[in-house]
Ligand binder design. Structure first.
Ligand code: PLP
Length: 395
């Protein structure tokens, strides 16, 4: 893997930003174009056949999107990166590229619901069964026990959405290498600022760029970082045939977002620590999930493999009606499904998506019905804590 040459902030600001655009602009231009023209047939043939540098059609390449990909590859410590139209487009492209009918997958059960739905609905149709493990199990024993001759890929998140459970990156990369299976992580919650899985031997990193990478809640996108060979295959097979390309404008927003990622993440992480500490001491709160807390089961591993504990905090309240009262009495925090934005966003999945089913049925789906997920924003944490304190009085 490519070595990191400068500090993260320096790479975030300068990395991947090509010099030499017309008029030397400070900001990479937005190449808002579908196609690129050629001066004659010879140039068209050379560019199309890869003998001359250039771009052909934005679905398979564009200078603004390339700048985003190059910056992302540098920040993740990968050889290359590929942008997609969404995090789900990135996840589905990676899995469809790696798997063949009959292959088996091992996955953490603590993953984003959309990924789980893709596994259980689409991959099942392709005859690729998924065997799940819980990050709370003894993974040194559990994962090898799930591996068969057909296992081709292991998929996981750390920290996970929304339980914030932690998985040891080196443990997974070690098992994957030993058994010759591909390891794939969704690194959306940590971002490359807090954790660089490729450097720990993981094969492929996926992000929903919609979250911290964009950071302002204004663009949907995804990106994959990994080896040059794998990214070239992904582009050739998946982008060309499935077509879920990023838009130049969104790539520009992600480029801009990455330039301040380190500064924003510092604030998100500091706020999350303060909010977790407040919730932990509140008598109405039932359990706080935050990897920075010493009693979190993944604390020691998170401390070893992350530079800080992230901007997400989850906590429980006594029942669904308490969750509803808490959320409906917040004035600064916003209620919504996304995360990693400037605003603090809270979510309770059971009330929002599964209000018609019982708590027990929710738990069978892997959803803790009274769990509230907080994505800490860039507001002053003292104001957020005050907002939560007032809302908890209504519980
Ligand atoms: C951890 C994680 N991965 C992937 C996704 C999917 O990303 P997108 O919404 O950009 O498709 C999400 C969305 O919430 C997510 O939280």
């Amino acid at each position: 893997m490519k070595k990191k040459r400068y500090g993260f902030g320096t790479e975030a600001v300068h990395g991947g930003e090509e010099k030499g655009f017309l008029y030397n602009p400070a900001s990479t231009p937005i190449y808002q174009t579908s196609t690129f023209f050629f001066s004659d047939m010879q140039e068209a043939a050379e560019v199309n056949q890869g003998r001359k540098e250039g771009f052909v059609y934005t679905r398979i390449g564009n200078p603004t999107i390339k700048a985003f990909e190059d910056k992302m590859a540098i920040l993740e410590g990968g050889e290359a990166a590929q942008a997609f139209s969404s995090g789900m487009a990135a996840i589905s492209a990676v899995l469809l590229e790696i798997l063949r009918p009959g292959d088996e997958i091992i996955s953490s059960s603590h993953i984003y619901g959309g990924a789980r739905s893709f596994f259980d609905n689409i991959l099942r149709k392709l005859d690729c069964p998924v065997r799940y493990f819980s990050p709370l199990e003894d993974l040194k024993k559990k994962i090898p026990a799930l591996i068969t001759k057909k296992t081709r890929l292991i998929f996981f998140e750390t920290p996970s959405n929304p339980e914030l459970s932690i998985i040891d990156l080196k443990l997974i990369s070690g098992i994957a290498r030993k058994h010759k299976i591909v390891s794939v992580i969704d690194n959306t919650f940590a971002t490359p600022y807090l954790q660089r899985p490729l450097v720990s031997g993981i094969d492929c990193v996926i992000h929903s760029a919609t979250k911290y990478i964009g950071g302002h809640g204004d663009a949907i996108g995804g990106v994959v970082a990994g080896s040059g060979d794998f990214i070239a295959r992904l582009r050739k097979n998946m982008l060309l045939n499935l077509g879920a390309c990023a838009s130049p404008f969104n790539a520009w927003l992600f480029l801009r977002g990455l330039k301040t990622l380190h500064v924003r993440m510092e604030h998100h992480c500091r706020s999350a620590e303060k909010i977790a500490d407040f919730l932990k001491r509140h008598p109405k709160v039932k359990g706080v999930l935050f990897p920075g807390l010493k009693d979190h089961p993944g604390h020691a591993v998170a401390k070893r493999q992350m530079s800080a504990f992230g901007g997400m905090v989850s906590f429980g309240l006594p029942g669904r009606s308490s969750c509803r009262r808490f959320i409906d009495n917040l004035h600064i925090c916003r209620l919504g499904v996304s995360l990693g934005d400037t605003e603090t966003i809270v979510l309770n999945s059971a009330l929002m998506f599964h209000s018609e089913i019982s708590d027990a049925a929710c738990r069978r789906l892997g959803i803790e019905p009274t769990l509230i997920r907080i994505s800490t924003g860039l507001e002053d944490p003292e104001d957020i804590i005050e907002d939560m304190k007032t809302a908890l009085k209504a519980v």
